[in-house]
Structure formats: structure tokens, C-alpha cells
Write a protein that binds this ligand. Sequence first.
Ligand SMILES: *Cc1c(COP(=O)(O)O)cnc(C)c1O
Length: 423
Amino acid sequence: MSLTEKDEKYLWHPYTQHKTAAPPIAISKGDGALLWDENGKEYIDAIASWWVNPFGHSNRFIADAIYQQLTTLEHVLFGGFTHEPAIRLAEKLMEMLPPNQQKLFFSDNGSTAVEVAIKVALQYFYNKGEKRTTIIAFENAFHGDTFAAMAASGISFYTQAFSGMFIDVVRIPVPVKGAEAESYAALRESIQTHQVAAFIYEPLVQGAAGMVMYAPEALDELIRICREHNVITIADEVMTGFGKTGKTFACDYLRYQPDVMCLSKALTGGTIPMAITTFTQELFDGFYSDDINKALFHGHTFTANPTGCAAALASLELLQTTAMQDHIARVHKRHLQFQERIEKHPKVSTTRVLGVIFALEIKIDSAESYYGTLRNKLYNFFIQNGVILRPVGHIVYILPPYIISDTQLEKVYQIVEQALEIA
Ligand SMILES: *Cc1c(COP(=O)(O)O)cnc(C)c1O
């Protein structure tokens, strides 16, 4: 039996309707921006394997750090114990995060980072004896697949089977160009009509919605309104974090910093699952008490896994090298050139670029669903041509590892251009 046949026998894949989906491609090797399947076919990973891999596959520098840690202290429980990798990682992140972020809480993935953020926001007010139980989130937001994260998410595809079982969430429009005033007004109204604990948002780019972008000034205004009303702001930087927007965090484009930040995906360079939720001192102090009931009773068995911390430290070190910063600037520049070349194409309705993120929308007659026919046709075309891209409906986006070469990037652009001819 081939790997694909064995897979079909045993495995259940994410976001997959097994009856209609094509069999998965078995990948056996990765190097830099490239992946190879079991038959030796080569692919360019133009979406950094779901946005986790900025520094390339099978990175030796991170692998060595992981090996070192695995053979020194692979894991120890974090309840009642601590260790140097966690502390060194905290010190490193403190240098990089906005200065108001003072406390770090570890978990395992983006969804749990969000889950922790929402639970802290709700319990903060509970501990104060203040009834605030509503969360505000954007339309078409994506914050993950655990229950509170799913409640905050607005893409019905992911959540419809569970509607009616969620915490209270009010949705406001994204302040894309032209819709800013509507978004501010909806936020103000939600705050007036509900007992709002927190506002959660993907800063500047909504990834899963199809790389929908909006301006820092608009987000600053929304955060300012939240501050006026003592509403906790939660920046979900799970996708945007660690260089994707051209700065370390999307929040670095803003005047007003969030109270909470959610980090994962690129944190360990795409090696070991790990997430961190960061908080202001004020939020931490809301749990600091002689009363044990005021503590945060949340934790995960693998919390602050030392090997994950070592991988994160190595990744952050790589991110901060001049070479890596040059790669980010180079990919950004190439994207801008490609944008100029493609934006007038008769099949293209809009294009957008931020940092290493490029997106274009294909002109369509009727609304294309998230996993619709055009989407599948494009996806298959890319795969046939050895490029991994996962369009969102009629939106094609590129978010490559930063180290992708100019030649590889040019191939990705050309395949996207060719795809427009079949769209
Ligand atoms: C991917 C993502 C998540 C969920 O992360 P998982 O690791 O898949 O649980 C949450 N928020 C944003 C913005 C994401 O892009």
C-alpha cells in the first residue's frame, strides 16, 4: 500500500470532506521553500505551510537548538516548576513586544492562545464583581477552532454546526477603506447596548478571511474607543506576528497598544507547536489575591515545553538577523513589483500587499464560496504546477517563507498569472 492508501485507511484530516476530497499528497522531505512528495515531485511552499514557516523547512539552526534542548531537558511540568528556556524566551520577547506587555502565559496553539485571552478577559471582570460577559469581534474573523475562539470567529463554514452554543459575541464590520465610520459606530453601539468585556481582532490583516486588510489609523480609533469604555483589547497576532506584516508585530504600526496579544504559528519557526498569550500588568493584577478562587485555573500539560521554548529562542534569533530582515524587505519589494504587473489584468478586481503578504481578488460574476468550484480548480492547477497555494474562494494569496529565492518567487507569480487564464 502507498502512503496515500494507508492514510485513507486510518486518518481523518482537518477541514476535509473525505467523501469528495482528493487524496492527500504525501510529503517526505522539505528544504528551504521546497517540499518533495513521495514520488519525488517538487513543490514550492508559497503559503509557508499555513503561515508557520518563515525560515524554511528543515532549518539546521533551529534543529540544532532543539537537539541541544532535547538532550538537556526535554520537558518538565510548569505547575510549581520553571526552567531557563522559558525565562530566556520571556526576556527575549519582552525586548520585542510593546512595552505594556508584562506577563506571558504559555499554551500549545493559536486557538488556545485565544481561548486563554478570552477567559482572562471574562474572569478579570468576574474577579472584580463587574458583570461584563460580551465579546466584540469582527465580521469574518478567524480566531481558531476551540469553543471560545470559534465563538469569536465569524466565518460560518467553521462554526455553523455549533451556533446557539456559544458565549455572547457581537460582530462589527471590519474598517476596510470606506467602511471606517460604520465600524466605529457599530463598536460604540455594541458597547452601549451590551456589557462588553473585550474586543478581539486580527490586527491589520484578516488571514483566513482571505488576507482582508485595513489601515492602522482605523484600528487605532477602535482601540481608542475601547479604552474610553474600559473594554479590554485583544490583538490576535497568531498569523501576523514575527515579521509577516514587515514589522515584528502588526501592533508595531499602531499608536495604541492592545492589553492582550496572542502569538503562535511562526513563534517556533514552524517546528514545535507552541503559543503564548501576553498581558498587561493590570490584567495580571486582577488575579493576584489571597483568594485562590481568583487565580486563573487554566493550563495545558505541555505548557512552556522547554524544547518548544528553545525552538522559539532560535527562531527569534534568526528573525532578528540582518539577513532575515533583508529577506522580508526583498519579498515585500518583489510583491509590489508583481502587484504593478498584475493589477491591470482584466480578470483581477483588486490587489493588496502588506509585508510579505500578497493577495489578489479574481473578478467573478456571482459570489464564490470558501471551498467553491473556482477555488478547487485554482488549487488543483497550482498543485499540478508544483506550487502550494490555497485560494480562499476567489482570493489568491501568497505568503511564502521569507527565505524564498527570487527565482522561486518568480515561478509562483507566473503560475498565478497563468491561473488567471483558466479562471
Ligand atoms: C491560525 C489562526 C488561529 C488558530 O491557530 P491554531 O494553531 O490553528 O489553533 C487563530 N487566530 C488566527 C489569526 C489564526 O490565523
